[in-house]
Design a protein around this ligand. Structure first.
Ligand code: ATP
Ligand code: MG
Ligand code: FE
Length: 336
C-alpha cells in the first residue's frame, strides 16, 4: 500500500510517499523558518498563505522522487489536527481534492500520532506495545502505545511543553526562533554544571511534567545578573538549562517505563532531535535494561513521512475520512 501523505499543521509544508507504513519513498519538506524568524515565532496568517504557495510543489516533488503519480498511489493521508486552523485547512482541502478527483480513500491523521509513528520508519522491529515520550513544540506527553492506532496518554505537562520552554528561554537570552537548535548549539560551548536550575516534580503525579518553574528560574537568574551588573555567560545558561530539561525528561521517562513494566521506550517530536537528550535517555535506558528507539532528526521535527506511517496503520484499521473532513485545531490523541 502506497500512501501520499500531506502535512501543513504549523510552519512546514510537507509531502511524502510511504509504502506499507515503514518504507519512505520520498520526504519533501518546505520549511518557513526563515520567514517566521523575522517575527520571533510563527505568524498563523503568514503560515497559511505560504502553505498555499508551496503545497502543490511539495506534492509534485514527492511523487516525482518516489516515481509515482496521483493515479498510482493507493490512498491520501493528511494531518487534520492539532495545529493552526488556517494552516491545517490548506492540507486538508488539498488532500480532499486529490482523493475526490482520483477516487482514492482519504485518511485523516492526528499530528502527534504521526510524531510517534516516525519511530516505525527506521526501526522495522519496533511493534506495540511500547511507551513513547512525545516532546514537541506544543506537547509533552507520555503515551502508552497499546497497539497500532491505539493510544492512551498516561502523563503530560501541567504548563509549558518542553519545546516551548526551549523557545522561550532562547528568546530570553537573545537567540532567535526556533530556540531548540540554537540552545543546543550554544550549550556545546558552555558548562552544564555552572548554574543549578530546578528539576520540577509534580506532587502525586510521577508521570506528569512541569517546565514553567524552570523557565521562571532562568528569567530570575538573568534579572539578578542584570541588577548586579554582572555579565551573563549565555553558553553556561544554555547548557545548564538544557541539562535541567534533559535530566527531567530522561528520569521521568525511564522511571515511568520501569514502573509500568515496559521493556521498550521511544521518543518523538522536535525536542527528540536534541543530541544531549538522546544521549542521556539512551544511557538511562541501557542501565535499566530497556530498549530505546528514536527517529533520525529529520523525522523528529515536522514532516509528512511520519503522517504516511501513521496513515498506513489507520488505513489498515479501516479508518476512512469523509468529504466533510475538517481541520480540528484542538484534536485530542485517540479522538476520531
Ligand atoms: P506540535 O508537534 O506539538 O504540534 P510543533 O509541530 O511546532 O508542535 P515540532 O515540529 O515537533 O513541534 O518541534 C518543534 C519544537 O522542537 C520547537 O519547540 C523547537 O524549539 C524544538 N526543537 C527542535 N530542534 C531541537 C533541538 N535540537 N533541541 C531542542 N529542541 C528542539
Ligand atoms: Mg515547525
Ligand atoms: Fe509537530
Amino acid at each position: 500500500i502506497k500512501i501520499l501523505a500531506i502535512e501543513s499543521s504549523c510552519d512546514e509544508t510537507a509531502a511524502a510517499v510511504v509504502e506499507n507504513g515503514r518504507s519512505v519513498k520520498s520526504n519533501i519538506i518546505s520549511s518557513q523558518i526563515e520567514l517566521h524568524k523575522l517575527y520571533g515565532g510563527v505568524v498563523p496568517e503568514i503560515a497559511s498563505r505560504k502553505h498555499i504557495e508551496k503545497i502543490n510543489y511539495v506534492i509534485r516533488e514527492a511523487l516525482n522522487e518516489a516515481g509515482e503519480t496521483l493515479d498510482s498511489i493507493d490512498a491520501v493521508a493528511v494531518t487534520y489536527g492539532p495545529g493552526l486552523v488556517g494552516a491545517l485547512l490548506v492540507g486538508v482541502a488539498e488532500a480532499k481534492a486529490i482523493a475526490f478527483a482520483k477516487n482514492k480513500p482519504l485518511v485523516g491523521v492526528h499530528h502527534i500520532e504521526g510524531h510517534i509513528c516516525a519511530n516505525y520508519i527506521e526501526h522495522h522491529e519496533l511493534e506495540p506495545p511500547f511507551l513513547c515520550l512525545v516532546v514537541s513544540g506544543g506537547h509533552t506527553h507520555l503515551v502508552d502505545v497499546k497497539d497500532y492506532g491505539v493510544y492512551e496518554i498516561i502523563g503530560r505537562t501541567r504548563d509549558d511543553a518542553a519545546g516551548e520552554a526551549f523557545d522561550k528561554v532562547a528568546r530570553s537570552i537573545g537567540l532567535g526562533y526556533p530556540g531548540g537548535p540554537k540552545i543546543e548549539a550554544l550549550a556545546r560551548e558552555g558548562n552544564k554544571e555552572a548554574i543549578k536550575f530546578p528539576r520540577a516534580k509534580v506532587d502525586d503525579a510521577p508521570n506528569d511534567f512541569s517546565f514553567s518553574g524552570l523557565k521562571s528560574s532562568v528569567l530570575n537568574y538573568l534579572n539578578k545578573c542584570e541588577m548586579k551588573g554582572e555579565e551573563v555567560n549565555r553558553a553556561d545558561v544554555a547548557a545548564s538549562f538544557q541539562e535541567a530539561v534533559v535530566d527531567v525528561l530522561s528520569t521521568h521517562g525511564v522511571e515511568a517505563a520501569k514502573n509500568l513494566g515496559y521493556r521498550k521506550l521511544a521518543i518523538a517530536g522536535g525536542v527528540a532531535s536534541n543530541g544531549a537528550f538522546r544521549e542521556k535517555i539512551q544511557t538511562r535506558c541501557r542501565e535499566a535494561g530497556i530498549a530505546f528507539y528514536h527517529p533520525s532528526p529529520i523525522l523528529c521535527t515536522d514532516n509528512a513521512a511520519m503522517i504516511g506511517a501513521a496513515g498506513y496503520y489507520e488505513y489498515m484499521n479501516g479508518a476512512r475520512s469523509g468529504w466533510d473532513l475538517n481541520a480540528v485545531p484542538g484534536l485530542k490523541i485517540g479522538q476520531r
